[in-house]
Design a protein around this ligand. Structure first.
Ligand SMILES: Nc1ncnc2c1ncn2[C@@H]1O[C@H](COP(=O)(O)OP(=O)(O)OP(=O)(O)O)[C@@H](O)[C@H]1O
Length: 343
């Protein structure tokens, strides 16, 4: 019987994942990663749910403390990105370095043939594909995972809708029902409310400064550049403005922000770096997502020396440095790169 390790968070998706794989005949073991202490008793609470599910399934589970790696690779990167005036994507880093880096190594060392998670995405061992439930699809966040990890990955939820997983869990057992009754899913697992609450523990984010127009004229005041991301339209003043103004650029060096009208957010080309490609072609047409939940835009791509240039065939509004450009051919992920500059 083949052994599958399941990354268990104490949430409904991974709990149902473990059940499904056991039902399919795999020998299942769980792994809980200690990544951060968002609130007091955070791990104890999650482990309480995991223990009940593991008892119900009759499986064993491991606890792996990756707090140091997580701090270095994900948390510090997250905070530093805001200090640098870019918009980070911590889940992308976590998937590459932690879940399908360190956790996968652990699973292999413990004799597992596969590592499964409750992510909504598909893989055939060579590529990632979008999940059937497009509203939950997480292929964007997985696109920096190394090619070498793909043959070990399993996503049993890829053909289901999240609401069906919840309904299934409610009926399965009280251990599962209890999980469906907690309502504490965060967009970013270590951010309780808004990102500024995390950043302000490490830096003084309240530093009033000048708002500039595109010509560099002072046109208003802001609360401190770290309060803003590209495309934001509130929380700063623009003297005498009748139309909405949007943040188009952050300047950490002099604590200024540049604003403009909607047209100023229009982007036609994007420079990327630190590529992770699943295909060998260096020049191709495809579609690209420049942030999670944006629609795919047709584009032409040229890659060279771990960098790339994307020419968009239709303009996109409000693209932030630090986010990921993910290339798709229909539902297939071709690869991705980090956004460095936009024009
Ligand atoms: N602390 C953790 N330890 C082990 N695996 C984890 C942990 N956090 C997340 N995972 C795995 O990564 C998957 C996707 O994580 P994400 O944070 O997007 O979860 P989610 O959709 O809320 O899922 P769940 O309902 O299982 O918490 C989870 O389904 C789980 O398999």
């Amino acid at each position: 019987m083949k052994k599958v390790m399941v990354g268990m968070s104490g949430g409904i998706d991974s709990s149902v994942t473990a059940y499904m794989l056991q039902n399919e005949g795999y020998e299942v073991e769980g792994i809980y990663l200690k990544l951060h202490n968002r609130t007091d008793g955070y791990h104890e609470k999650n482990l309480g749910y995991i223990k009940d599910v593991a008892n119900f399934l009759g499986i064993k589970y491991h606890i792996l403390d990756l707090a140091d790696e997580f701090k270095e690779e994900v948390y510090d990167y997250f905070v530093n990105s805001y200090l640098e005036g870019t918009t980070p994507n911590p889940c992308v880093k976590c998937n590459r370095q932690i879940k399908f880096g360190a956790m996968l190594d652990f699973a292999k060392e413990h004799g597992a043939s596969y590592l499964a998670t409750g992510h909504y995405a598909k893989t055939d061992g060579e590529f990632f594909y979008e999940a059937d439930d497009k509203t939950k699809d997480q292929s964007y966040f997985l696109s920096q995972v190394t090619k070498e990890a793909l043959p070990y990955m399993m996503f049993p939820l890829s053909t289901y809708k999240k609401e069906d997983i919840i309904k299934f869990g409610e009926k399965l057992d009280s251990a599962y029902k209890r999980i469906t009754e907690k309502n504490e899913s965060q967009e970013i697992c270590f951010v309780e409310t808004v990102y500024t609450d995390v950043v302000k523990r490490h830096a003084n984010i309240d530093m009033p400064g000048n708002v500039l127009d595109e010509e560099g004229n002072v046109v208003g005041k802001h609360k401190g550049y770290m309060h803003y991301t590209i495309g934001k339209r509130r929380g700063f003043t623009v003297d005498g403005a009748h139309e909405p103004h949007f943040v188009t650029k952050l300047n950490p060096t002099d604590n200024t922000i540049i604003v403009g009208k909607k047209e100023a957010l229009e982007i036609n080309s994007v420079e990327i770096e630190n590529l992770n490609m699943f295909i060998d072609e260096k020049e191709f047409d495809c579609t690209v997502k420049l942030r999670y939940r944006s629609k795919s835009t047709p584009c032409h791509v040229k890659l060279e020396n771990n960098k790339g240039q994307i020419e968009l065939k239709e303009p996109v509004f409000g693209v932030a440095s630090g986010q990921l450009a993910v290339f798709y051919k229909d539902e297939k992920v071709l690869g991705s790169g980090w956004i460095k500059n936009t024009k």
